[in-house]
Design a binder for this molecule. Structure first.
Ligand code: HEC
Ligand code: HEC
Ligand code: HEC
Ligand code: HEC
Length: 113
């Protein structure tokens, strides 16, 4: 009986943790991995840059690298874009849901993490 209570408590805890993770935004998920606000921001909360791109490219690489990494999930790779040095944050927003930037002109539907 006590074991069962323990198990159901554990299950409740796990489900809550999974739910919390899913509702977190990109910045929260990075902070949860041990990164800080200053990883992405200057002291006045502007997004840092990496060459022509957002700071993101420092760790994740440029579009060429990202195309390779996200090949195959969608018919048109969201990183294979024709807009030049498009900020990563046009789609990957830090503190809100990701945005389907390409959908402004095309019929592609992406789920942006
Ligand atoms: C200091 C290094 C660093 C910086 C800067 C950084 N990331 Fe990450 N990011 C990581 C690591 C580490 C992971 C976890 C491993 C992985 O999935 O590559 C990750 C995971 C991700 C993921 C997939 C998993 C998730 O939580 O969604 C996305 C999408 C992502 N980062 C986008 C971005 C974007 C967009 C930016 C810029 C606003 C950014 N990252 C800046 C290190 C970084
Ligand atoms: C046009 C919108 C868009 C832009 C701009 C964009 N991304 Fe993405 N990104 C996506 C989508 C959609 C996914 C999910 C693709 C998938 O799961 O295969 C994704 C996935 C990712 C992931 C997770 C890949 C994985 O599977 O681990 C990382 C990291 C990432 N993007 C980084 C970047 C970086 C860095 C830039 C800027 C150089 C960038 N993105 C620009 C739409 C975008
Ligand atoms: C993984 C990178 C990343 C981390 C870590 C991060 N942010 Fe952000 N932040 C962004 C991006 C990208 C934007 C651009 C606006 C958006 O997409 O929401 C932003 C925008 C902002 C803004 C401006 C909001 C606006 O709408 O103009 C503030 C303030 C901010 N962040 C504060 C913070 C604080 C405080 C932390 C630490 C708890 C933090 N950020 C951590 C990526 C990050
Ligand atoms: C401002 C409008 C606009 C946005 C935003 C936009 N596109 Fe396009 N795209 C176009 C136009 C215009 C064409 C050329 C039309 C044609 O060829 O029929 C095109 C053509 C394309 C093509 C086919 C061209 C080729 O090289 O064969 C692809 C693939 C594509 N876009 C992907 C994307 C992706 C991925 C995004 C998001 C990063 C995006 N587009 C965002 C307007 C846009």
């Amino acid at each position: 009986m006590r074991l069962r209570t323990l198990i159901s408590l554990l299950l409740m805890f796990c489900c809550a943790a999974v739910q919390a993770q899913q509702t977190q935004f990109l910045a929260d998920r990075h902070v949860a991995r041990g990164m800080k606000c200053e990883t992405c921001h200057t002291p006045d909360n502007k997004l840092k840059t990496s060459g022509d791109l957002d700071v993101c490219a420092t760790c994740h690489g440029d579009y060429a690298a990202m195309i390779k990494k996200t090949d195959g999930k969608y018919e048109v790779n969201p990183h294979a874009q024709h807009e030049g040095a498009l900020p990563c944050s046009e789609c990957h927003q830090g503190h809100k849901e990701g945005k389907n930037y390409c959908g402004g002109c095309h019929n592609f539907v992406y789920k942006v993490p």
